[in-house]
Write a protein that binds this ligand. Structure first.
Ligand code: K7E
Ligand code: CUA
Length: 661
């Protein structure tokens, strides 16, 4: 077995290189003709059938695309600052990126989880993970804005995240790296086995969407990869893939690939809830930020939390079990019926399918082969429903069409493989261009997949598009899965690196989409809810400008009396109450971005008046025929120059007196 593993391991490297090198196969050029073209063609003025919510990977953003057209509609900044709309630059949004380390302007966003009710998409929220500085974000799908970010303590690399339970009771996040925790963090790295532990965090989501860590399970030190909640019969359970059960802490590419099998960790979260209710949780000290956006003030606030509840499955039995899974499993997916659990070992030559019923039986009979770090390990054969033989090389992730078929991405052999869940027979395979990572069927992880398409998110683009220097656009590909055979019907580029995505029927989003923020509901402390309310106030060396924007002027548009060295806060309220009329605001020399203010919203740009002179400011978003007239001047005087603070719009002063004042 060991030799086979070495061979496989070698194959991984060779095949990866091969797939990056190989010539463009014939075939895909015909893709956009006839039938296929009509399937992806969304005529001008017509809407797409699905919103596709796509992670941006290392750009820290989410991209919203239409399916089947592949058209990009919007970038939502989540963990990264975004100068295009001032996210992370405006005073209101800065707190959203606060962490226990301070302001962190970037993260690596891999996975999307759309909220569900009874296991079906409900269109309320999208959740996403920040890998690097462990965080989970909630995006409000009425406004397409990041509404909340919760940092995760005792986590190192929040990659196994976020995954939701059927009714969005919990958003669940596992650590990628195990780390030492508590008061015992300054330890030798070589003491991994003794001191390093994993955590999975169960974040409670209330009806308003607000997140709170309910509890963390402390696990043996391993790496977690992806996970899925049980559904239907397996509701109340969670399944995580784990690798590095070798507990290596150096050169993982070799040292964490030694064993034939790693594990799927099965978590009985209902049981954990019982222990929690019985007061078995331990409160431990922690430090993590919880940031929320208040929609009435249009302002985010950040709070640092100091403790977290932990449950220790070594003491509290029956919470977690390990199921052996070949080999370095990456994806772990549960089929729509909730009975089948698919582990995708990225170095495995087959795909194991586990049966939830058999797992339960094995637990009841204590059909264990031993334990791992004190946690019972169920016998492989006892949990196994069967194996998909010769599926391809490098299985990563599996999604479902709701008709009894599974679709697995094969990184090494660059293909999608369709197989039947009942008889485990391979039905079809199609090449992807190139080296597919995740794949996504609309509704694929839910109880009722919408089917129709599978989208491949590829890791290598190479020759698919016009070259753009050393870095190429990322490549997604859309396949029609309505028939027996999969058919490639579209390539579309994406921004950043798309890892996972979820597509949702447009009808679940559009009726609730917010068009404006109502001015009468604007509770921003610096809002000017009408031009008559505009003013400029000095507080020490801070100058606060209560400004309004409406087609096509800013009020005030003349400000004098600012002194060199002042901190000037432009609080701009967009007085428009019409859909699609944002105004922008920028001022010369600001060490900052612009701000983009939605109708009815107030946003603040901070500007250090560091030089004497006249500083133009203007609206940056082409809002009317007189957009280019939407401008103003700020006058900054030397500290000794006693220019009184004054401001106006439309006031014409007598200039014949001439002398500068
Ligand atoms: Cu790209 Cu989900 Cu981060 Cu698999 S992960 S490929
Ligand atoms: Cu307002 Cu341009």
């Amino acid at each position: 077995m060991k030799t086979i593993n070495r061979v496989l391991f070698g194959m991984l490297a060779v095949a990866a290189a091969f797939s990056a090198q190989r010539c463009k196969p014939s075939g895909p050029e015909q893709a956009l003709t006839g039938d296929a073209a009509s399937k992806v063609y969304v005529a001008p003025g017509k809407y797409d059938e699905f919103y596709n919510v796509v992670s941006g990977g290392f750009n820290g953003q989410i991209g919203i695309y239409g399916l089947p057209s592949g058209r990009l509609f919007k970038i939502i900044p989540v963990f990264s600052t975004f100068p295009e709309n001032g996210y992370g630059y405006s005073e209101e949004s800065k707190p959203m990126l606060n962490t226990s380390h301070g302001f962190v302007p970037w993260d690596d966003l891999h996975h999307i989880a759309l909220s569900t009710t009874q296991g079906e998409h409900d269109g309320r929220w999208a959740f996403a993970n920040g890998n690097n500085t462990p965080r989970v974000a909630r995006i409000d799908l009425r406004t397409f804005k990041t509404a909340e970010i919760l940092e995760l303590p005792n986590s190192g690399g929040n990659h196994s995240s976020p995954f939701i339970t059927e009714n969005t009771e919990y958003v669940v996040a596992g650590t990628r790296f195990s780390v030492p925790m508590g008061d015992n963090t300054d330890v030798p790295i070589s003491s991994y086995k003794k001191n390093f532990r994993g955590t999975v965090s169960f974040i409670k989501v209330d009806t308003s969407g607000r997140m709170n860590i309910a509890f963390q399970l402390v696990t043996p030190g391993v790496n977690f990869d992806l996970a899925r909640a049980g559904k239907g019969p397996s509701h109340g359970w969670f399944f995580f893939s784990c690798y590095n059960t070798e507990q290596a802490y150096t050169l993982l590419e070799v040292n964490a690939s030694q064993k034939d099998k790693d594990f799927i960790m099965a978590v009985n979260w209902k049981k954990a809830e019982e222990y929690l209710k019985a007061g078995k949780g331990k409160t431990v000290k922690a430090e993590y930020a919880h940031n929320t956006l208040d929609e009435s003030t249009h302002t985010a606030t950040s709070e640092i939390l100091r403790e977290v509840l932990q449950l220790d499955p070594l003491e509290l039995k029956d919470i977690i079990y390990f199921i052996p899974c070949p080999k370095s499993p990456h994806g772990c997916d549960v089929d729509p019926t909730g009975e089948y659990i698919i582990g995708s070992g990225k170095l495995a030559a087959l795909i194991p399918v586990f049966s939830f019923a058999k797992v339960q039986e094995a637990i009841a009979k204590q059909d264990f082969e031993g334990d791992f770090a004190g946690i019972p390990v169920i016998k492989y054969e006892s949990a196994l429903y069967g194996e998909v033989q010769k599926p391809g090389l490098g299985p990563l992730h599996t999604e479902f069409d709701g008709k009894g078929n599974a679709y697995t991405s094969m990184f090494v052999s660059s293909e999608i493989v369709k197989w039947n869940i009942k008889d485990l027979a391979v039905i079809d395979r199609v090449p992807t261009y190139y080296s597919i990572g995740h794949l996504s069927v609309p509704g694929g992880p839910t109880r009722k997949p919408h089917g129709k398409y599978v989208v491949a998110y590829n890791k290598i683009t190479k020759d698919r598009y016009l070259p753009t220097g050393p870095e190429l656009t990322q490549s997604a590909q859309l396949y029609d899965i309505s028939g027996e055979k999969m058919k490639l019907i579209l390539d579309f580029p994406t921004t950043g690196e798309p890892h996972y995505a979820e597509a949702i029927p447009a009808g679940l989003i559009t009726p609730r989409s917010v068009k404006i923020f109502k001015l009468e509901e604007n509770k921003h402390p610096y809002a000017a809810l009408g031009e008559a309310k505009t003013k400029v106030e000095r507080k020490g060396n801070e100058v606060h400008v209560y400004m309004t924007a409406i087609r096509s002027h800013l009020t005030p548009d003349n400000i004098e009396g600012i002194k060199q060295g002042d901190d000037v806060y432009f609080h701009v309220t967009n007085l428009e109450q019409d859909w699609d009329v944002p105004h922008g605001f920028a001022v010369k020399g600001a060490l900052n971005a612009e701000i983009l203010i939605m109708p009815g919203e107030t946003q603040t740009l901070k500007w250090k008046a560091d030089k004497v002179g006249i500083f133009p400011y203007y609206c940056t978003d082409f809002c009317s025929a007189l957009h280019q007239e939407m401008q103003g001047y700020a006058r900054v005087s030397a500290p000794g120059n006693n220019v009184p603070l004054k401001y106006s719009t439309g006031k014409i002063e007598d200039q014949t007196s001439g002398a500068a004042q």
